[in-house]
Design a protein around this ligand. Structure first.
Ligand code: ATP
Ligand code: PRP
Length: 213
């Protein structure tokens, strides 16, 4: 049976597809076409291109044997999967941020938190004993404090350019984030050799790219 691989469309997917291609795998993948599924007959792998936040769902349900997902999504979905390899791509931080110079402390009152990651934010603030209200957004999170929708945001920060350009700053660093190769648990039992072989190929490309950067 072929190995099925879930690739997120967008920044992580583009880099991963390049890695596969330079190892001679997935040469049939055409990111410019509207097709979402590509078969590499030579290597007996089927690639599916998914929305980033859906990769975990496909892997957890076994429709994809393995997938590439940001650690942020792995934490947010708390899925029953294996994390097999931590990649050097997709490196950023998850942070609490808000309007520069206006760090808010609200001991007994509720802090309004805008984020794409409600579960991560809830756990983080609950450990700190801070009561919060989540405002779930899907993008442009940095707008929320500027427009008065929230007190703070919980979001990813890489260069810090988006925060800076919008007059925000980091209040607290929460977690280091990177891309992960994840696997369905049953697939790992029955396709272990093929999965390991594929991860070794990606690992070699990932390490090679990391050295060159
Ligand atoms: N600025 C960034 N720098 C580095 N890695 C990032 C950055 N933003 C996101 N990532 C990582 O890349 C993954 C994919 O991000 P991308 O922006 O392509 O997806 P998305 O559009 O947020 O997808 P979705 O809306 O489905 O969640 C994230 O889950 C995260 O792990
Ligand atoms: O620190 P920086 O290098 O500026 O990167 C951080 C930005 O990148 C991500 O957004 P993305 O580009 O995915 O846009 P969206 O989530 O707003 O759609 C993240 O949500 C931040 O907004």
């Amino acid at each position: 049976m072929s190995l099925t691989v879930a690739i997120p469309k967008g920044r992580l997917g583009n880099q991963t597809i390049d890695m596969f291609k330079s190892a001679g795998i997935g040469e049939t993948i055409d990111e410019d076409s509207r097709k979402l599924i590509f078969e590499d007959k030579k290597n007996d792998i089927v690639f599916m291109l998914l929305k980033n936040s859906d990769v975990i769902t496909y892997v957890e349900n076994g429709v994809a044997d393995i997938g590439i997902s940001g650690k942020d999504m792995v934490m947010e979905k708390n899925a029953d999967i294996y994390e097999l390899y931590k990649m050097n791509i997709g490196r950023c931080k998850m942070s609490v941020a808000g309007i520069k110079g206006k760090r808010i402390f609200k001991d007994d009152t509720i802090l309004n938190v805008a984020t794409k990651f409600p579960e991560i934010a809830k756990k983080y603030f609950s450990v700190k004993g801070q009561k919060i209200k989540i405002i779930k957004l899907n993008g442009s999170i940095e707008l929320a404090p500027i427009l008065g929708l929230s007190d703070v945001i919980v979001d990813l920060v890489e260069t810090g350019n988006t925060l800076k350009a919008n007059g925000l700053e980091i209040f607290d660093d929460m977690y280091d984030i990177n891309a992960m190769i994840i696997s369905n648990k049953i697939s790992y039992k029955f396709k272990r050799e093929k999965i390991k072989e594929t991860i070794e190929i990606i690992r070699a490309e990932d390490e090679k790219n990391d050295k060159n950067n």
